[in-house]
Design a protein around this ligand. Structure first.
Ligand code: UFG
Length: 346
């Protein structure tokens, strides 16, 4: 099935392209290369010359996206292209709203106008557990019906876009031209493709696992734990780390199983939480390096503990994380980053 992957040159988007290509689909990646990389596009073009193409454009460039959808007879859109740093969104919320919402509407216009106004049939959106903010008591592990109350502009951009998509799906239903809409709310995505072709290359890098690996490989002198006084067993925050290949498997299943006319939201996380200290211990085991760790103040906006209740996604999509051992997840990230000390520019 020809699929458009927005943000296809980014960390998760590139892994989604790879998975779809492996499954035999035709893939058109669209990216403005602001934070995405040309290198994974070249690698995928080389590996799948007849199935893959790249369009250099903004997600919100309705004309370019409509042309790509029509030219490649695209029926399914996976929308990854967005800004995704919580802290940055607090500093410059308007940029985040413009990019993640206004540009997203430009994309939806294209999805609506394409194919002589018939539009596309399937839309899968990268949402986030950041839409839940701090879940109320009794809501951890977090189910999909947990109240959504973000604590950052980033989380609000994802929540607002979920609402926009639902309204759009209702319009299509009213026009007797329904769409299959899936919103996947990711927990903490980690690791990289086990063949070593693709990896995680963010600038700036702020995520715990790559930052810890940078300390292990000597790219940084040390790293910090943000807060050791949380009400958790070891005082540090707890998160649910889902391997990127498991995450993209959820997209592949949503594409196959969510039916036209359905609107579905699923959390994607393994259902087990690890503390910051447990993650750092894993990085030390995997790398064999006892790097320096400082204990500093809490980082503003961090939730105490977030991990998924995977009941719904297991029952509905038959999805279950295949890689749940944290050392295995960290090993995939470590192997790529050690081999690519300057990311894709290596
Ligand atoms: N942390 C440290 N030191 C670091 C980096 C992170 O102690 O150098 C801690 C954080 O305080 C947090 C945990 O490690 O407790 C995980 O932090 P990350 O920055 O790796 O990930 P977040 O949980 O903050 O953010 C992730 C995604 C966001 C998403 C969010 C939803 O990156 O896109 O989950 O909660 F919005």
């Amino acid at each position: 099935m020809p699929t458009l992957v927005t943000g296809g040159a980014g960390y998760i988007g590139s892994h989604a392209c790879q998975r779809l290509l492996r499954d035999g689909h035709q893939v058109i990646a669209l990216d403005n290369l602001f934070r995405g990389h040309r290198a994974p596009m070249d690698l995928l073009s080389h590996a799948y010359p007849r199935q893959f193409s790249f369009v250099h454009a903004d997600v919100g460039d309705t004309e370019a996206v409509t042309a790509a959808i029509n030219e490649h007879e695209i029926d399914t859109v996976m929308h990854f292209g967005a800004l995704a740093y919580v802290g940055e969104s607090v500093e410059d919320p308007l940029w985040y709203y413009r990019n993640n919402i206004a540009m997203g509407i430009g994309l939806l216009d294209a999805c609506d106008q394409a194919h002589d106004g018939r539009g596309i049939s399937r839309f899968i959106f990268s949402s986030s557990c950041a839409t839940y903010g701090d879940p109320p008591e009794g809501m951890i592990p977090v189910p999909e019906n947990c109240p959504q109350s973000p604590t950052s502009p980033y989380g609000y951009t994802k929540l607002h876009f979920e609402h926009i998509l639902k309204d759009y799906a209702t319009k299509r239903q009213r026009e007797d031209n329904p769409i299959a809409l899936t919103m996947l709310r990711y927990f903490n995505v980690a690791g990289s493709d086990r063949t070593g072709m693709l990896g995680e290359d963010h600038t700036p890098e702020t995520h715990l696992i790559p930052v810890g690996i940078d300390a292990a490989t000597g790219k940084r002198d040390s790293m910090s734990i943000f807060g050791t006084d949380y009400p958790t067993p070891d005082g540090t925050c707890i998160r649910d780390y889902v391997h990127v290949e498991d995450l993209v498997d959820a997209h592949a299943r949503a594409m196959e199983r969510v039916q036209i006319g359905e609107v579905q939201a699923f959390n994607v996380g393994i259902g087990k939480g690890y503390s910051v200290r447990e993650i750092l211990d894993s990085i030390k085991r995997v790398s064999g390096v006892d790097f320096a760790v400082h204990e500093t103040d809490r980082r503003a906006g961090d939730a105490i503990a977030l991990y998924n209740d995977p009941t719904k996604i297991k029952a509905t999509l038959g999805w279950d994380a295949q890689i749940t051992d944290i050392d295995e997840i960290v090993t995939t990230a470590y192997t790529w980053l050690k081999g690519h000390p300057n990311g894709y520019a290596t």
